[in-house]
Design a binder for this molecule. Sequence first.
Ligand SMILES: Nc1nc2c(ncn2[C@@H]2O[C@H](COP(=O)(O)OP(=O)(O)O)[C@@H](O)[C@H]2O)c(=O)[nH]1
Ligand SMILES: [Mg+2]
Length: 392
Amino acid sequence: MQTKRYEVLSINEGMARIKDDLGPNAIILSSKRLKGKKRSFVEMIAARDDYCGSIPNLSSKKDKKSESAILNSDEAFLPFRTEIDQLKALIMDTRKKADIHSELTELRETLNTLFDILGVQKNENISSHLSKFYYHLISIGISRQRAFQLIEELKNNYSQEILEDYRNLLEVAEGIIKRSIAAFYKNVSKKRVISFVGPAGSGKTTTLAKLAAQYLFSDRLDIGILTTDTYRIGATEQLKIYADIMGLPLQLISKKEEFKESLDAFGEKDIILIDTPGKTYKDENYLMKLKELFAIDSPIETNLILNITANQENMIETAERFGIINYDNIIFTKLDEANNFGSIYNIIDYAGKPVFYITNGQNVPQDLEKVDPGKLARLIVKNTMVNIDSQS
Ligand SMILES: Nc1nc2c(ncn2[C@@H]2O[C@H](COP(=O)(O)OP(=O)(O)O)[C@@H](O)[C@H]2O)c(=O)[nH]1
Ligand SMILES: [Mg+2]
C-alpha cells in the first residue's frame, strides 16, 4: 500500500487531487485541519492499494521466482479479495472502534495464512486445493480460526502426494476433524436419569419423545417420563400425547420434593427422561432454579438441545449460559432445515462436549440419527447428511 500526504485548503480540493494522483480507488486514511501562519489548511493522508506490489513482502516463502509467477496472476488472488477487503474495512474503522486489536490480529493471521497458502507455491495444485478447501470450510460456516488450523495442519503434516489429490486432502481433513472431536468423548459415562434443556422451541420435547421410542422399541427398556414444564398452559399436552401413544407413565414436577418422590416412584425404571420448560435461557433465574432442582443424589445426564438453524452467536451464547448447569452432551436439531453444518464443528470445539444424536425432521420417532466423531466429521467435511454412515 502506497501512502501520500497532501496539504490543501479544503477537503473538496484534497479529494480532487487525491483522485487525480492516486486514482479512483484511493483511500483517505486521515484528514485534519492545521493552523498555518496566514490561514488554516487541511492535511490529508491517502493511500492507494497496490495488492500485487505489497504481497511479496508479506509472504514468508523464499522462492521469489515461483512466488511472483503466481502472485502476478489475478486468478490466484481472486478468492482472497474478500479477506483483503475486510482487512481494509477494519483498518478504516480503527478510529471508531476501541476493541479492534484482537480482530486486527485475527485478520493479520488470516492474511498470513492465505499468503502462506500461496507460498506453498512450488506446487500450484496443492496451493489451489488448499485455498479451495479453505473457502469450502468458510462457506459452510466454520470459523476462520478453525479453518486456518486445519489448513496449517494439512500443510505441515501431510506429504505433497496426499495434498496433490483433492479427494485425499478431504479424507485426511475428515480424519483431523474426527480426532479433534473424539477428544471430547473421553470419560463419558451413560446415566439412568436423562434431562433435556435448551431454548424454547429448540426441540426438547420432540427429541425426548424420539429417544423414548428408541429406548422402548429398539432397546426394550422400561421408561418413565417426568416434566418440569408446567409453566405454560397446555405445555404438557404435547408430551402427554407422546407418553400415551407409547404407554409410558408421565409425572409433572414443580418442586424438588416432587422430583425426589417421582424418582422414587420410578425406582424400577431402566431410564427416566426429564423434559424442561421452553423458557428463555436469558432468564438467569430460570437457569439457577434448574440447577437447584437438578442438585440431587442421583446423577443426571443433561442434554443441551440446540437448533442448528439458529444463528451461531446465539448457539454459542446458549452453550455458554447453560454451562451453569454443567450439561454433558449436545444434541443438534433441525438439520433437515439447515444448509450448512460447519457451525457443528465450531460449537463442539467451543463447548468441548460430545454429540451422540442429531435430529433431522419432525417425525417421531424416525427423524433421529445416532452419531459418533467419524459421522460428524463426514457430515462437516461433506456438508450433507447423505451417506454419513459410509466411510469414504
Ligand atoms: N424440521 C424439524 N423440526 C423439528 C425438529 N425437532 C423438533 N422440531 C419442531 O420444532 C418445534 C418445537 O419443538 P419442541 O419439541 O416443542 O421444542 P421445545 O420447546 O424445545 O420442547 C416443533 O414444531 C417440532 O415439531 C427437527 O429435527 N426438524
Ligand atoms: Mg417442550
